[in-house]
Design a protein around this ligand. Sequence first.
Ligand SMILES: CC(C)(COP(=O)(O)OP(=O)(O)OC[C@H]1O[C@@H](n2cnc3c(N)ncnc32)[C@H](O)[C@@H]1OP(=O)(O)O)[C@@H](O)C(=O)NCCC(=O)NCCS
Length: 133
Amino acid sequence: MGVLEAQIPSSWSPHAIEQAYAQSGTIALVALVSEQTIGGWLCGRYASDEAELFKVTVDASLRRKGIAQLLIADFCQRLVRTGVKALYLEVRSHNLPARRLYEKLGFCGIGQRSGYYRNPDDDACLLMRELLP
Ligand SMILES: CC(C)(COP(=O)(O)OP(=O)(O)OC[C@H]1O[C@@H](n2cnc3c(N)ncnc32)[C@H](O)[C@@H]1OP(=O)(O)O)[C@@H](O)C(=O)NCCC(=O)NCCS
């Protein structure tokens, strides 16, 4: 995962990944494109009937092949099985590929946080999707 994270802004360090794994309610999914190649990964966390998607990253050479869509669909199915009703996330306002992805998957804008991100500076768009059983 560290190799994938090194490709993007707001990347997670190996320590941050380990910390996320250690928290209860964390779900991490990996998309394998071969026995030894990780094509993408996702990490989120649920508590009670709400969840947050922290991270979805796909290898730069494997984008636009549906990997992120598959990871998020799998994540949502697992959340529904645990009784989660709403999934939240934050995304950089200038991250158009991610914003298009979330729009396609039915997320709605619920707010904005000005100047939320650094390196580079950006606003955060807050999105939500209801999860139906
Ligand atoms: C955003 C990201 C996860 C998308 O992964 P992906 O596997 O390429 O996405 P998918 O192939 O599943 O795309 C699904 C849909 O998202 C939208 N989309 C994805 N990339 C897009 C792009 N570059 N431009 C426009 N729309 C895009 C499209 O609607 C696409 O459907 P289509 O291919 O049928 O048109 C990937 O670009 C990435 O890892 N970016 C860096 C990390 C990041 O920004 N993560 C999200 C914030 S945490």
